[in-house]
Design a protein around this ligand. Sequence first.
Ligand code: KG4
Ligand code: ZN
Length: 341
Amino acid sequence: MLKKDFCILGIESTCDETSASLLEGGQKVLSNVIYSQIEEHKKYHGVVPELASRAHAAKIAAVISQTVGKHPVDAVAFAHGPGLPGGLMVGRVAAETFSRLKKIPIIGVNHLEGHLFACEFEDGEVKYPLSFPLIALIVSGGHTELWYVKGYGDYKVLGRTRDDAAGEAFDKVAKLLGLAYPGGPQVSAQALKGRRDAVNFPRPLLPGTWDFSFSGIKTSVSYYLRDHKDVSVPDICASFEEAVCETLVKKTIQAAKKYKVKQIAVGGGVAANSLLREKMNAAGAQHHIAVRFVPRGMSSDNAAMIALAAWRQLEHAGANALTQKWDININPNLKIKNWGK
Ligand code: KG4
Ligand code: ZN
């Protein structure tokens, strides 16, 4: 049994946010400091890996120091993949150094699992523990995955994107339209002023599989821009957003029905999207499936979700699993795995 005030320091550095967080008793977020690198990447309309690594290296110590202060820490967890190699290495070195200096255990966490567990938070606390079995949709800038989740650490990956992630498609379409990075919020804001039925962009449903593919929609947008003059940016944004959200919702609901689950959890940066929320909630209500979205403040990359994923792993494995083995390799292509007993 872990003591009630067992405190985990989470570290997140997989993409363009440098974050550290303290989670007490697997329940309460004592702090969650996030340094966003958006300003550094904005002019390139996307994350530049080399700049990201440098920014993580420059900020991680200060972010951890600000998070921890003088608070005791019992274990340190870091996201060891998937993500950009440079950022992952910075996270690993920071976590290992902290672990060795404080003589506390170290835990490696899959970043995508973090996005799922972020759904349990509300107002800085775990208020909505997941109820199983469920279908999880993880939609971010780097990933779009659909999982059947039977319990904590018990996953079956049903499908993932074959090309662009949903967030990446938002970012690329924003770039085509001359909107700022990150594109999701920009496209979404423009879409509010446009007609969702203005352009009939494709809905790539890939029948017979649970996979996604978003590069075709993006290409359709680029052909549309090439072939039309005087286009309405709000109309394109609204029609594009409609096509992406409809595809995500249809496949997720189909999976929920096929696997006969009563809950859907949606995490990752794109889960902040209002149309996705509206459509998924409406479809869930229609099919009597509860839909749990990550709270907006926790949808993008943060270390509280990494700390919570580590806590869930420890609860599952028992305190005996706590070790000071510093051989947790980073893996930029880390896939989701079931937790062993
Ligand atoms: O989870 P996240 O912070 O980072 C990754 O792990 O990738 O997700 C970032 C992605 C970006 O592609 C961004 O454009 C997208 O999430 N995003 C949105 C919205 N807010 C952020 N996409 C659509 N609508 C939004 N409101
Ligand atoms: Zn992420």
